[in-house]
Write a protein that binds this ligand. Structure first.
Ligand code: IPE
Ligand code: IPE
Ligand code: MG
Length: 241
């Protein structure tokens, strides 16, 4: 694939990726689903590196595990969380060296002890980093996020810390899992599926959606650049004309 031309002065500030197709990739290569997920971890490394190199991408959100993914077999779930721990132990120093801050978007309290400890280590170590935000969506559901925000707003209102008339879009956004995320500009889904699967329902409001046929383990820098080139070819109207 030729390296797509992009305009480095007009990059999306925030890119999110629904990393899909590990199972199909494994099937196509006669491998186990676990091997598919392992191959997918290499794509994560490539994409984080590529975004960091672009310099002006402020945030990259990766959908690692949905609130619905608990429906998978216990063996597959265990594999996914083992891979998360492995990824963190292999990559955390490099992320920190690259001045990348890590945040987690999802119900942390629903995770196992090990995953929670590993993620908390990432957050604590990289807390002051400034070059880019790597936001990991794990045990994440868009509906759960909206319900959790509503619950915390209601709790504040009930104890008198918030007036009902002050609940507006900005207030709501401040109660989401990661309140300081830049506006989502580009939402990519790999493997050709055309659905959101409960991802960033609030944030996707005016994001440009790019669905790519590439299976996640095959996704590399050139695919990211292709998605950015497509994004840059769109005319965003935001309801105006
Ligand atoms: C994405 O790949 C990984 C996760 C959802 C965690 P899948 O495992 O969904 O791969 P397919 O969709 O079965 O090919
Ligand atoms: C979405 O992919 C979740 C992640 C990428 C983590 P799924 O493979 O779980 O989505 P569906 O089941 O095809 O909607
Ligand atoms: Mg899938």
């Amino acid at each position: 694939m030729a390296i797509p031309e992009i305009d480095k002065a007009h990059l999306p500030r925030h890119i999110a990726i629904i990393m899909d197709g590990n199972g199909r990739w494994a099937h196509q290569h006669g491998k186990s689903r676990a091997e598919g997920h392992e191959a997918g971890a290499k794509s994560v490394r490539a994409v984080v590196e590529a975004c960091r190199e672009l310099e002006r991408v402020e945030a990259l959100t990766l959908y690692a595990f949905s609130t619905e993914n608990w429906r998978r077999s216990q063996g597959e779930i265990d594999t996914l969380f083992q891979l998360l721990s492995k990824y963190i132990s292999l990559e955390l120093d490099e992320l920190h060296k690259e001045d990348i801050r890590v945040s987690v978007m999802g119900r942390m309290e629903g995770l196992g002890e090990q995953a929670r400890r590993d993620l908390e280590r990432c957050i604590a170590l990289t807390d002051q980093n400034k070059s880019m935000l790597l936001n990991i969506a794990i045990n994440y559901g868009g509906r759960a996020e909206i319900a959790d925000a509503a619950r915390s707003i209601a709790a504040e209102a009930a104890r008198g810390a918030l007036a009902v008339e002050d609940i507006d879009e900005a207030c709501f956004a401040r109660h989401l899992y990661v309140p300081d995320l830049p506006e989502l500009d580009l939402l990519i889904r790999t493997s050709g599926e055309m659905r959101l699967s409960n991802f960033m329902l609030w944030q996707a409001s005016y994001a440009e959606f790019v669905a790519m046929p590439t299976l996640w383990p095959d996704f590399r820098k050139e695919h990211l650049l292709e998605a950015i080139a497509l994004y840059q070819s769109r005319h965003r109207r935001f309801g105006g004309r």
